[in-house]
Design a protein around this ligand. Structure first.
Ligand code: YH5
Length: 296
């Protein structure tokens, strides 16, 4: 007990000379959207001062990674130029990384990734799994960063048009296996790779539920698993069409199930609540009490 299901090899994520332990305790990646048009918190953190404050607050609440995003992946969102995306994320990355935080950047553009890594980013969270930009893999390799490879069918603008699969879990599994191979062939260290089934990216609400309940099936890939369900539409659907502002408790339930089923990292807006849910789920999963159990 206490050793992650991915085995010793997968217990740590290596990026740019720094390692994050992801075994024995849940890891939360806090979401920091610096876009004017995100799904659930668009425009809240467009002011760099407020964004930096929120990043620090999430770290104090227990987030191990802060995921900074400057482009909305919502279907119908206005595409942003490389320059605009870089202008939004770089000051935040620089300030948070400068304070020693592990900063991830949610981008599909290699030039944004390069500039972000020069500004101190530790991880690149590419929802296209390095398919959108042919120069992404070399950028990640050259900087020795960690990388999230997420499953998505198609591209953000069109991904919800066809959400039917013959065998969803098998398709997601095979795609992730092939992207892991690609990363390795490109010279990216296996210890730097995290996988993600891509909840909400080209999946029906039922498909998302299927992925959450069958997350264990990704274990043979031997990489830490990240799950991002926070405030997503399928939670609204389960709750009878609830708006994103009313999806906190549903999101916590999804986070708990994900951890119980083996997720190593949870990407979430509500860090302290998610961490509590994840700790209880992990305690049940591993039948171990966490660190501060002096008050029982
Ligand atoms: C993810 O799962 N998701 S951006 C719709 C919402 C609320 C939130 C309709 N980037 C992921 O967070 N990166 C995004 O309500 C991600 N995994 C990884 N690795 C979409 C998002 C959201 C969408």
């Amino acid at each position: 007990m206490g050793v992650s299901r991915v085995g010793r090899r997968g217990c740590r994520i290596r990026g740019r000379g720094r390692e994050l332990v992801v075994a024995g305790r849940p890891v939360v990646m806090g979401i920091l959207n610096v876009t004017p048009d995100s799904f659930s918190d668009g425009g809240v953190y467009v002011d760099p001062g407020r964004a930096i404050e929120r990043g620090i607050e999430m770290m104090e609440e227990g987030a191990d990674i802060i995921d900074v995003g400057g482009e909305s992946t919502r279907p119908g969102a206005v595409p942003v130029s490389m320059e605009e995306e870089a202008r939004r994320v770089l000051p935040i990355v620089e300030r948070l990384a400068g304070r020693g935080l592990l900063v991830s950047v949610d981008t599909m553009k290699s030039e944004v990734a390069r500039l972000a890594m020069e500004a101190g980013a530790w991880m690149i969270n590419d929802v296209s799994a390095m398919t959108a930009d042919p120069l992404m893999a070399s950028a990640v390799r050259e900087h020795g960063a960690a990388v999230v490879l997420m499953h998505m069918r198609g591209e953000p603008a069109t991904m919800q048009r066809d959400v039917e699969y013959k065998d969803l879990v098998a398709e997601v599994y095979d795609h992730l296996a092939s992207r892991i191979k690609f990363a390795e062939a490109e010279g990216i260290a296996p210890e730097s790779v995290v996988i993600d089934p891509g909840i909400g990216f080209g999946k029906s609400a039922l498909g998302n539920l299927e992925l959450l309940s069958r997350l264990r099936e990704f274990s043979p890939l031997k990489r830490p698993v990240l799950v991002g369900a926070s405030r997503k539409s399928f939670i609204g659907s389960v709750l009878g069409g609830r708006a994103s502002s009313g999806r906190l408790f549903g999101s916590l339930s999804a986070a708990a199930i994900a951890v119980f089923n083996g997720a190593d990292i949870i990407r979430a807006h509500d860090v302290k609540e998610t961490l509590d849910a994840a700790k209880v789920a992990m305690a049940v999963r591993d039948k171990e009490l966490g660190g501060d159990n002096g008050d029982i």
